[in-house]
Design a protein around this ligand. Structure first.
Ligand code: AMP
Length: 112
């Protein structure tokens, strides 16, 4: 499958990995939009939150928990944002579910 995140997970494309377990990885975004911009990516390929089932939702919950822990380790005590994009209107550019962690500066109040 021609998926850039699957290739990163398999080690076929380099990435800066901050965390890995059996279910997901956390890497640095290659085009950071904030001083801290990380991506949590499940190892199972599925496109977006629209494809969640109960099992996948548990993994996504663990991804959120891990990102919050990393945010604490990185000293983002003034706050941060965790988001996921879905489809064209959501500006999703990689069709493999991922969560963005953004922080380290004042983020925009407007969400869209
Ligand atoms: P989205 O627009 O929500 O689908 O986010 C995709 C994100 O993946 C963007 O923020 C990209 O900068 C990021 N990205 C694309 N290719 C890579 C890569 N090879 N390594 C790390 N991040 C990437």
């Amino acid at each position: 499958m021609d998926c850039i995140f699957c290739k990163i997970i398999k080690g076929e494309i380099p990435s800066t990995k901050l965390y890995e377990d059996d279910e997901f990885i956390v890497i640095k975004d290659v085009n950071p939009q904030a001083p801290v911009h990380l991506l949590a990516i499940p190892k199972e390929h599925f496109a977006s939150v629209a494809e969640l089932d109960d099992e996948r939702a548990v993994v996504v919950g663990k991804m959120i928990k891990k990102l919050a822990e990393i945010a604490k380790e990185k000293g983002l005590d003034d706050g941060f944002r965790i988001i996921t994009n879905k489809g064209k209107h959501g500006c999703q550019s990689v069709a493999h579910l991922h969560l963005h962690l953004l922080g380290g500066r004042q983020l925009d109040e407007k969400m869209g």
